[in-house]
Design a protein around this ligand. Structure first.
Ligand SMILES: NC(=O)c1ccc[n+]([C@@H]2O[C@H](COP(=O)([O-])OP(=O)(O)OC[C@H]3O[C@@H](n4cnc5c(N)ncnc54)[C@H](O)[C@@H]3O)[C@@H](O)[C@H]2O)c1
Length: 325
């Protein structure tokens, strides 16, 4: 299948592209490289450097290429920044998604996978969090994702669009070739490993007085290769109808467990410093992925925290300066 990946030069998109190409799909990556890296674009993918704001570039791409499905990763992704600049997240992220959907619809593309988020669940009533949980976006970032989910819902009803919304919890880990390299980096695993590499002096823990076993926040880390597998299964299932899935390991690990595991794997001391809680950080976020397991047979191959961190450490050791671009 000919698949367009927006944001395919970024962390998750580059690895999903790699996995699709390994399964003989044809991949076009559209990315403005604002966070992504040319070196993260698979050599067998066609690369178009463009911004989703650029309607003419989108029109040209869809006119020239027989796109059959779209996976939409490209987004501003910083929850904290979204609180400071809500319109960038509710405005640009949603408008860019609409631009993409308009071109897709015009060119008869009716298969769409959206990278959604656990940030839809600021106050879960039940753990683990399933798809029936009340939606209270935790930030303008989450609100923008929710608006895109709802827009897709309407396109399904009115125009036959078949979509999957994949709500990732905390993506982590790496493939052999591609890994996580953001600037600024806000995710715990790469930050901890940067401390291990001597690139950062210490790891900051935001709050150690949460109602959790060791007082630090608990999150659900999912290996990026397991996320990639979910995309492939969701793509294959689109013909059967639109679906929304929460995607996590189903197990929570605390910030301190992540740091301790990284110490064991790297053999480095990894100094830590405890700071105040950040506003809006729930104590525990763990996904129920029962729906995607039951419906699509998805099964995480790398559920263990040490396997996830080992894969990221292997990549960071091979690429201590990231993609160096
Ligand atoms: N990383 C996670 O743990 C996580 C969790 C939940 C949801 N998500 C979502 O998954 C998706 C991918 O996340 P990621 O961590 O790989 O992010 P990333 O920043 O590494 O990748 C996003 C890519 O999109 C590109 N991009 C951004 N805006 C663009 C635009 N206007 N036009 C063209 N390209 C643009 C960037 O250059 C980058 O390469 C995002 O939508 C994010 O919101 C990520």
């Amino acid at each position: 299948m000919q698949i367009l990946l927006t944001g395919g030069a970024g962390y998750i998109g580059s690895i999903v592209a790699e996995q699709l190409i390994e399964r003989s799909h044809e991949v076009t990556v559209l990315d403005n490289l604002f966070q992504g890296h040319k070196a993260a674009v698979h050599p067998q993918a066609r690369f178009v450097q463009a911004d989703l704001k650029d309607r003419a570039a989108l029109h040209k791409l869809f006119s020239e290429t027989s796109i059959e499905a779209v996976m939409h990763f490209a987004s501003y992704t910083l929850v904290g920044e979204s609180v400071e600049q809500p319109l960038k997240y509710i405005g640009d992220n949603v408008t860019n998604g609409i631009n993409l959907l308009q071109e897709a619809m015009t060119h008869g593309v009716r298969k769409f996978i959206l990278s959604s988020t656990a940030n839809l669940f600021e106050r879960p009533l039940k753990l683990p969090i399933d798809e029936e949980e009340q939606i209270i976006p935790g930030s303008p970032y989450g609100e923008g994702k929710y608006l895109l989910e709802r827009i897709l819902g309407w396109l399904d009803k009115t125009s036959g669009m078949r979509y999957a919304c994949l709500r990732y919890f905390n993506a982590a880990g790496a493939s052999q070739r591609y890994g996580e390299d953001h600037d600024p980096e806000t995710h715990l695993t790469p930050l901890v490993l940067k401390v291990a590499l001597g690139k950062l002096p210490e790891i900051r823990i935001f709050g150690s007085d949460y109602p959790t076993p060791d007082g630090t926040c608990v999150r659900d880390y999912i290996h990026v290769l397991d996320l990639a597998q979910a995309h492939i299964l969701a793509l294959e299932a689109l013909e059967r109808g639109s679906r929304t899935y929460n995607l996590g390991n189903g197990q929570g690990f605390s910030v301190r467990e992540v740091i301790e595991t990284a110490r064991q794997i790297t053999g480095k001391s990894i100094p830590e410093v405890v700071q105040d809680r950040r506003p809006g950080d729930p104590a525990i976020l763990i996904a129920s992925s029962e729906r995607i397991r039951a419906e699509l047979g998805w099964q995480p191959k790398f559920p263990r925290l040490d396997d996830i961190i080992q894969s990221a450490w292997d990549w960071h050791q091979r690429n201590p300066d990231g993609y160096s671009d």
